[in-house]
Write a new protein. Structure first.
Length: 199
């Protein structure tokens, strides 16, 4: 168990895997993570989500303005196809465009403004759920890695995370959810679960 815990504490965050630096307190980085979270929250594999985010990056479509300017056809092809989508590509393209438009119209393109506008952690989650196609899973993905950086970001760990931790003899309650250590353990447990499901 100690060996498992030591490895989990070194787990990279999903944002870090994609080269996104949330600690910079930069709206550009927050938007990149929002985009990645929209992809991770879809009914596709983690690998396709990563490849699709990388396609957005290759085509320099990492701001809401640039994505809206590119338009729906361009998102469907080449972006989604390069990412490996074979289903849901049209629906996901529509979602991303509508969410970029809402972010620009209601928050001037700033996720920091969205955070500031929220009354508390629960209200922050509700504001994110107001985005088109965004459900509790996507909200959890987006906010869990922001816990150390946004004081109102504090989603409950997924039940499966607690189950896996218990199965490995790890007491999650020893760590504050607002620490990077907790977030790394959480990310490592989620990867562990996905490997088990694939294996």
């Amino acid at each position: 168990m100690e060996n498992d815990l030591a490895k989990l504490k070194l787990s990279p965050l999903y944002s870090e895997e994609l080269g996104i630096v949330l600690s910079e307190n930069d709206d550009k980085e927050y938007f990149k993570w929002f985009l990645a979270s929209l992809l991770f929250g879809g009914r596709i594999s983690e690998t396709i989500a990563k490849h699709t985010y990388q396609a957005f990056a290759r085509h320099d479509l990492l701001t809401p303005e640039k994505i809206l300017k590119a338009g729906w056809d361009y998102l469907v092809y080449p972006i989604m196809r390069e990412g490996g989508y074979v289903r849901y590509d049209e629906r996901k393209s529509t979602q991303i465009l509508r969410d970029c438009e809402k972010l620009l119209c209601e928050y001037n393109g700033s996720l920091k403004r969205l955070h500031e506008a929220a009354a508390d952690a629960g209200d922050l989650e509700e504001q994110l759920l107001d985005f088109y196609g965004v459900g509790p899973v996507t909200v959890n993905i987006f906010l869990r890695e922001l816990r150390p950086f946004w004081h109102k970001a504090n989603p409950a760990p997924l039940p499966i995370v607690r189950e896996l931790a218990a199965a490995l003899g790890i007491d999650l309650d020893r760590y504050s959810p607002k620490t990077l250590t907790f977030c790394r353990i959480e990310a490592g447990l989620i990867r562990h679960r996905r490997k088990e499901r694939q294996g």
